[in-house]
Design a protein around this ligand. Structure first.
Ligand code: PBG
Length: 311
């Protein structure tokens, strides 16, 4: 019933054509920031303080956007969900059920080392990582999040999060799992925006190797088994071959994340007079839709109505 709970989620999942209702707009909200700061490459997207974010969401609503993916960036590093929870409360207090607020749930914007998990003497401490992620998910749900979107890629996190949500009477909150997420060079613009670049090593110990199709399929299958309501492919454009197989394998809603580097590449081509940004962006969404994506997370969601897509 989670996937039928309100008009936003029903419209997102309706299998009746590409519309703005299928697009999810990321938001970078920075604790303590006054005003906003540009993000290189991500045209139409800024790092925002909460007041600016509230104004931006108001404009986005006028452009028919209803789904948002929140990335909260705390002022001080340290494992705590407090900054994120405060931001969620402020947004939901203002907009209530006018919007559907998904919350990216990960440790990398708050951890000292910029990793998505907790390291202990050079090794991933899975238990500590799952405990921290679950406590973030619960804090976000308590603050009013409409959906939890774990992006860390730790084994078992979907099950752990489902468990803590259900135990705390959040059975109605869906989990959108970043279920097939590759270690990718296309996350560049994001890491600056979310202040989440790893200070040592990379994320190859937990994100999927692009050469490994079997792992890519199994990762989504595991999330489905653990109770994910939505599966996701990321980066969307470079993983499009896996959409149909994942859909077939799990028969759950499968969507894509058109990641920062993919979106910025269109902007950079356009900036050099090598493509028409609007037409190129629209083309990418049409391809996602053709491939069977049921939702699209894209930095251009707020532009969609003006590109001629129906509400
Ligand atoms: C955090 C997270 C990342 C993205 C979404 N959530 C970065 C990463 O894994 O390094 C990337 C989004 C983008 O590039 O647009 N774990």
């Amino acid at each position: 019933m989670r996937n039928r709970a309100n008009p936003h989620i029903r419209n997102l999942l309706a299998q009746d054509g590409l519309s703005v209702a299928k697009l999810i707009q990321p938001l970078f909200v920075i604790e303590g920031l006054v005003g906003e700061e540009k993000i290189p490459g991500l045209i139409g997207n800024n790092r925002m303080g909460i007041d600016t974010a509230l104004k931006q969401i108001e404009k986005d609503l006028e452009n028919a956007v209803r789904h948002f993916m929140l990335f909260s960036v705390p002022k001080d590093k340290g494992i705590s969900a407090k900054a994120g929870a405060n931001i969620i409360s402020a947004i939901k207090k203002r907009f209530g059920s006018d919007i559907h607020l998904w919350v990216d749930t990960c440790l990398c914007s708050s951890s000292f080392d910029g990793h998505c998990c907790i390291f202990n003497q050079g090794e991933i401490d899975l238990e500590a990582s799952l405990n921290a992620l679950s406590s973030y998910a619960l804090a976000y749900a308590n603050a009013g999040a409409d959906g939890i979107a774990p992006s860390d890629m730790m084994d078992g996190r979907v099950g752990a999060i489902r468990n803590i949500l259900d135990k705390n009477s959040h059975t109605n909150i869906p989990i959108m799992s970043y279920s097939t997420k590759f270690a990718s060079e296309f996350y560049g613009p994001f890491r600056g925006a979310a202040d989440s670049a790893p200070s040592f090593g990379d994320r190859r110990q937990y994100q999927i190797d692009v050469r490994n199709r079997t792992d890519a399929l199994n990762a989504s299958k595991r999330c489905a088994k653990e109770g994910a309501d939505f599966l996701m492919l990321k980066p969307g454009m470079t993983s499009i071959d896996l959409l149909a197989p994942i859909k077939r394998q799990n028969n759950l809603p499968v969507g894509v994340y058109q990641v920062s580097g993919e979106y910025a590449s269109l902007a950079l081509l356009a900036e050099n007079g090598l493509t028409d940004f609007d037409k190129a962006l629209l083309e990418t969404w049409q391809v996602f839709h053709r491939a069977g994506a049921q939702y699209i997370i894209t930095y251009g969601a707020r532009l969609a109505l003006n590109l001629g897509i129906t509400k």
